[in-house]
Design a protein. Sequence first.
Length: 319
Amino acid sequence: MIIYFKQLLFVVIIILNACIDSKPSTNFIGDNEVVLIINDEKVTSKQFKKMLVEQKKIYKVQNIQGLKLEELSWFKNRVLDEIVKKTLLAQEIEKNNITIDQNELDEILKRKREGYIEGTLEKTLALEKISNEDWENSIKNMQLTKKLIHERVNSKLSVSDKEMREYFDKSDKFHKKEQVRALHIMVESEADIIEIQKEIRRKQKSFSRLAKDYSLGPEGVQGGDLGYFEAGQMPEEFDDVFKLKINKVSDIIRTPYGFHLFKVVDKVQERKMNFEESRSMIKKILLQDLQDKVFQEWFLNLKQNARIDIKYDVLEKIK
């Protein structure tokens, strides 16, 4: 009888535990539960969590549970801001019938892929847990957004010559750095470059003739002429070339590409650029500043006129 009672009690405990476990948690959030509504477009907790993962990577947040309450609140607000921004822009893209031709998109995707060493794009996407379809869609959305902003904002903006001139007169940052014009010889072996150096010292052949005869660089056919360049435009191993006087030849320089000799044939000292030389840079700076300012104003107006309903009770439960 006692054994029977113990068995019965054991069964009751198991049933009670099962009932307790099966009782839905008040903190459980279903994937389709709505977190916010933007102009009648619902954003689910699944979509919010996906954006949350993306923002974790951007802000380098390893573990949300490790955040303090105010940090978690700040972080969730950043996710909300990003969702609102992307959703409103997507709605404007649809509203304004902004499209991209598939051939144009394919060409953009091709150029993007060519920017990666073979195999590294796939490895990067796998590491970031991003599908190829999501990657392609992100590129497409980026291009559509660019078209929208160009049509609604940038195409309506310009800067005048007067504005550019005033900016130039107040600025002291438009300078042409010191430039050198140099001839260059590159060969594979140290023995070859030493022999060429001896030929230069014997002065039986000009530096240009030796460059045409021996240099492996593409400029060899032009007598090794690199044209004018500034410090920083060439590998750092070549920085000492700027210390050479005109018509002087460098010591042998070794790089991963081979062995090199340089001869400086002209120098242009650093100087302040005139207005015409600076025009394109000034226009780019002023237009970018103006576009950023007007876009912020345009988007703020878009946001203020949108109907945004945030379900804070649902948002609070997302961890």
